[in-house]
Design a protein around this ligand. Structure first.
Ligand code: AMP
Ligand code: ZN
Length: 134
């Protein structure tokens, strides 16, 4: 029993040091604690298929670093966000949808429909999109 508590405390300690929110499902995907269909990965970014796709291609592109919402972005994240857009451009070419087109959506907070509080960019493609969005 004592050993179990020691393990739990160690996990919390390591997670806090990494700046990871323990309950965050996307941090768990980054840390490979739960699986996802990964299509791209580098040291800063992960891209994987959305579990509930809203288009033939629906990929989530996330920073590996935990950032809850767009409101938590700082000056130091400027390169990271630019990098994410370049990753999505690469995905568009690789998936063969660059010319047809793709949509990028980021929801910030409840009224916009954000349900997972780790910043993520929805990459949507493979069908005609409506405007204005719902
Ligand atoms: P949002 O509503 O903008 O916060 O988007 C969250 C997205 O995450 C939704 O499209 C969900 O379908 C997706 N999602 C939630 N859990 C997972 C998961 N474990 N793997 C892949 N996508 C997920
Ligand atoms: Zn997270």
């Amino acid at each position: 029993m004592l050993l179990d508590y020691a393990k739990i405390n160690l996990k919390i300690d390591v997670s806090l040091k990494r700046g990871v929110k323990m309950s965050c499902i996307f941090c768990q995907i980054v840390n490979k604690e739960i699986s996802a269909k990964v299509v791209y990965e580098d040291d800063k970014v992960l891209a994987f298929h959305d579990i509930n796709p809203q288009a033939p291609y629906h990929i989530l592109v996330i920073p590996k670093k935990h950032i809850s919402t767009l409101l938590e972005l700082t000056e130091e994240d400027k390169d990271l966000i630019g990098h994410i857009f370049l990753v999505m451009k690469k995905l568009a070419h690789e998936l063969g949808v660059a010319e047809r087109g793709y949509r990028v959506v980021v929801n910030c907070n409840e009224e916009a429909g954000q349900t997972v509080f780790h910043v993520h960019f929805h990459f949507l493609a493979g069908r005609g999109m409506h405007w204005p969005p719902g």
